[in-house]
Design a protein around this ligand. Structure first.
Ligand code: XMP
Length: 512
């Protein structure tokens, strides 16, 4: 394992992902983890993340010099680089030199292992205040920039190296290569953490945990629960039962995707509960968004519990499979201090007093890794590449009361928008594109010779990295035109299509 020591940069998760892309398993630990604890984990290498711009800043996290003398290979990035320089006897000038953004890096005559053979001048992403002016003894300076005379150094003997820039971001085009070289060449770690090794390891782990027991897994139609279930199915076969609650708030074709395609791909035992009516009854008269979420969440738990009890009545079930991912683990206290901005109520969420042991086969994985695992397990692309979709489903995309007819209207409009976006090859360009029905708004239109008085739907295409912030996607006009023409022609209740051009913040992605 390579440990990324997180000094509060928002880049720690990105660093861990890049390490994994180099086929080396990586986890994040908080910057204040005691050195003994770090050493006890016997990491193959450490990567110190960026952090505040200066080691002289009041309250800047301290980096224990013992990290550098434990015999563990270390790569310092940005703040980690400066801290490394200072601890080992180099000099960091508190001169307030600022370099921010795209910067040209000049590789020195002695390029070292990290920069050997890279273009003599190439762009990197910088963000630092102070700069290292003298490398510690034993280190070779291998690169510089206009403001940072010492922009990279290494001591291959002690297997210590550092760079002032951020190799983990896309704006440093050779950054991945530099990270790869640190891992493979300086730290001497053999690559081997691949999708198939992940699958084999988690199958072994699930078998060890569940033994001869039985498990249950709630499917939402989304990627995580599908991949978690597929993995557990591989591990314990028919001792897994999947439960799918159709709450009637899904999009067109999603029930079939689970009942037909997921089952065909995995052979999993599936128990579907058709709860359409129950959810509609519970949602009658509910308009407030938070109230809707509460009602949907509450009903979901009740239905899921009843279904579970039914399955468990036949034979004892001791385990519940959940699709928890690594970022959730890190954010819920496992790692960095970055604040969670909005915690969503997830329809998959279950009460605390549940009497199952949890099986979480995706706990160590990032989303892109989960998708690769899913693809390798043979799950259909429509499931594996599915864009985010909220647990409360179309329920929070009808502004106003949720009714059967309104759901039908929105489902039809949404299906058209998705079809056209897919046909235009835009699925990977956009993060997601909610289609929202303004069910309490009517506007006048004209169709043929007749006056219409119908509802608008809103298209909300967004581009995002993580849903925390988002920009509205500049969709091509011809695609917008096709979507608009088709929706207003094919969906009787809708006579107007409007485009949401608000970024997040201030708007959220969903309208409710
Ligand atoms: P907002 O609207 O907060 O959405 O910008 C951010 C991301 O979260 C999704 N979302 C939800 N997901 N339950 C979920 O599981 C919810 O209640 C919920 N509300 C929003 C939204 O689709 C976007 O990807």
């Amino acid at each position: 394992t390579v440990l990324v020591v997180d000094y509060g940069a928002q880049y720690a998760q990105l660093i861990a992902r890049r390490v994994r892309e180099a086929q080396v398993y990586s986890e994040i630990v908080p910057g204040d983890t005691p050195v003994d604890e770090i050493v006890a984990r016997k990491p193959a290498a450490l990567i110190l993340s960026g952090g505040p711009s200066s080691v002289y800043e009041p309250g800047a996290p301290s980096v224990d010099p013992a990290l550098f003398t434990a015999g563990i290979p270390v790569l310092g990035l940005c703040y980690g680089f400066q801290a490394m320089a200072r601890s080992l006897g180099g000099e960091v000038a508190p001169d307030g030199t600022r370099e921010y953004g795209r910067t040209e890096l000049t590789v020195c005559a002695a390029p070292g292992a990290l920069h050997d053979g890279l273009p003599a001048r190439h762009p990197v992403w910088m963000s630092h205040g102070d700069s290292v002016v003298r490398a510690p003894e034993g280190f070779v300076v291998t690169a510089s920039s206009e403001r940072a005379k010492v922009a990279a150094f290494e001591d291959t003997e002690r297997r210590l190296a550092g760079v002032q820039y951020h190799p983990e971001v896309g704006h440093s085009p050779y950054g991945r290569e530099v990270l790869r070289r640190f891992l493979h060449e300086i730290a001497g770690i053999a690559p081997g953490w691949t999708t198939s090794s992940i699958i084999n390891d988690s199958i072994d782990a699930v078998r060890a945990q569940v033994g001869e027991g039985r498990a249950i897994c709630g499917l939402s139609g989304g990627v995580d629960s599908a991949v978690a279930a597929a993995l557990v199915q591989r591990a314990i076969g028919d001792r897994l039962t999947c439960v799918f609650v159709d709450h009637g708030l899904l999009r067109a074709g999603e029930r079939e995707q689970v009942e037909r395609d997921f089952v065909a791909a995995t052979g999993a035992k599936l128990h579907t509960v058709d709860a359409n009516k129950r959810f509609l009854d519970a949602l009658a008269g509910v308009i407030d968004p938070e109230e809707k979420r509460k009602v949907i969440g509450r009903e979901f738990i009740r239905v899921f519990e009843a279904a579970t009890a039914e399955v468990a009545a036949e034979e004892h079930v001791g385990f519940l499979v959940q699709g928890t991912l690594y970022p959730d683990v890190v954010e819920s206290g496992g790692g960095s201090g970055t604040a969670t901005i909005k915690s969503h109520h997830n329809v998959g969420g279950l009460p605390d007093d549940i009497e199952f042991a949890l099986v979480e086969p995706l706990r160590a994985l990032f989303k892109d890794e989960v998708r690769r695992v899913g693809a390798e397990l043979g799950l259909p692309e429509a499931i594996v590449e599915r864009q985010p979709f909220p647990g409360p489903g179309l329920g929070i995309r009808i502004i106003g009361e949720v009714t059967h007819d309104r759901l039908e209207t929105l489902r039809a409009a949404d299906a058209i928008a998705r079809e056209e976006l897919t046909a235009a090859g835009l699925d990977r360009t956009i993060w997601q594109c909610p289609v929202v029905l303004l069910a309490d708004v009517r506007s006048v239109g004209v169709q043929g010779d007749g006056r219409t008085y119908g509802h608008p739907v809103v298209l909300r295409p967004v581009s995002s990295e993580d849903a925390m912030t988002a920009d509205w996607t500049r969709l091509p006009y011809d695609v917008l035109e096709r979507i608009s023409t088709r929706i207003t022609n094919e969906v009787a209740e809708v006579n107007r299509v409007v485009l949401d051009v608000t970024s997040k913040p201030p708007g959220t992605i969903e309208w409710e």
